[in-house]
Design a protein around this ligand. Structure first.
Ligand code: FMN
Length: 341
């Protein structure tokens, strides 16, 4: 039997309450929203349903003040959940309309999504829906198999105006990115506050927690994974982390930077939305993503990357490639993230 903290992944399309109320149906869509990726699997979202509207909130109690002080990654993660919600909504015959930050950028209400019936036939993006339960992030190793440039080009089409995707496929470019990530790790992992902040989200391989990152995703064996979170918090393990990340970067087929023209909560949320659509589209080709948030979390390295790529605001550095399947990560049950309106 599947452990409780992994049961969210067993959501079945056939359980959609066709005869249920609109609220029941919208609640069902949220089973797909919560499968979204989030920076260290904090799942920093909350939802409220009222007749035909879902309100999506950022859960700032799950923020990481030393790792992600501006909550940039947190809002991107909420954007990822919104992307899944939109894809699921369209799949089940709705025409979702979204308005971002209806109470202003300082509010924790990130978006309101109104779901009306769609009389038109399912949209062509419906092929993204089955990818929601197939998607996972790669943290251990890519296979030595190149991604077709036509696929990379197709993934770029997931972006809207004001957002940019820059690919780096040459070995020299990947080396430069590996060096940037290395410098970021040296700075961040020497900082005890940073290590403690991130370390509390590391989990042993047999975790019964509903959030955080089990170490099997990084390829860490069970016997090491038991003690690893505590050791990570107390000691600077930057050399080991750099070794892993440099291998991932050199081994991926392409590195990419997602960048935007604006840099505020709404831009971060929209970035997350596009990232997750791109992630789902990549999954449809069996192409997987690996994230490297580190250099963008440091203003001086982020600026260096911005100048190099001639982009205003780099938001996420990631690698793409093929890989052997990995077990999913835990998810919190829906009832934990559903609030009364
Ligand atoms: C905005 C964002 C930033 C992320 N940054 C990193 C990162 O820097 N390093 C990393 O290993 N994973 C990163 N991740 C991946 C998460 O750790 C991963 O999504 C989470 O553990 C859940 O696992 P899953 O994607 O396999 O479902 C990031 C994810 C998101 C959405």
């Amino acid at each position: 039997m599947t452990e409780k903290n992994y049961q969210a992944w067993e959501v079945k399309e056939s359980d959609y309450p066709l005869e249920g109320s609109t609220e029941d149906r919208l609640k069902f869509l949220l089973h797909y929203a919560i499968l979204a990726p989030s920076g260290p699997n904090t799942q920093p979202w909350k939802f409220a349903i009222s007749t035909n509207t879902i309100s999506i909130y950022a859960d700032l109690s799950r923020s990481l003040p030393f790792v992600d002080p501006s909550n940039r990654t947190l809002f991107m993660s909420v954007g990822c959940a919104i992307a899944n919600l939109m894809v699921a909504g369209r799949h089940f015959g709705f025409k979702p309309r979204i308005s971002f930050f209806p109470r202003g950028l300082e509010s924790e209400l990130v978006a309101e999504a109104k779901f009306e019936r769609n009389e038109a036939p399912p949209e062509e993006e419906d092929d993204l829906f089955p990818q929601i339960t197939r998607r996972y992030t790669i943290k251990h190793k890519f296979d030595d198999k190149p991604v077709d440039p036509a696929i990379l080009e197709d993934l770029s089409s997931c972006l809207g105006p004001g957002f940019h995707l820059i690919y780096m496929t040459k070995n020299q470019e990947k080396e430069e990115m590996a060096s940037l990530v290395t410098r970021a790790h040296h700075i961040q992992l020497a900082d005890r506050n940073f290590r403690h902040n991130l370390g509390v989200w590391l989990r042993s391989n047999r975790t019964s927690d509903f959030d955080g990152m089990p170490l099997y995703t990084f390829g860490v064996p069970d016997w090491v994974a038991m003690a690893f979170p505590a050791v990570f918090r107390e000691f600077d393990l930057s050399e080991a982390v750099i070794h892993r990340d440099s291998g991932l970067i050199r081994g991926c087929s392409a590195m990419a930077v997602l960048a935007s023209d604006r840099d505020d909560r709404q831009a971060w949320t929209e970035c997350g939305l596009m990232l997750e659509r791109l992630f789902l589209r990549a999954t449809s080709y069996d192409v997987r993503l690996s994230f490297f948030s580190q250099p963008i979390g440091l203003p001086e390295l982020r600026q260096e990357l911005a100048l190099k790529l001639k982009q205003s605001f780099p938001q996420l550095l990631f690698g793409l490639g093929y890989s052997t399947p990995v077990k999913h990560t835990p998810r919190r049950p829906l009832d934990e993230v559903l609030i009364a309106q």
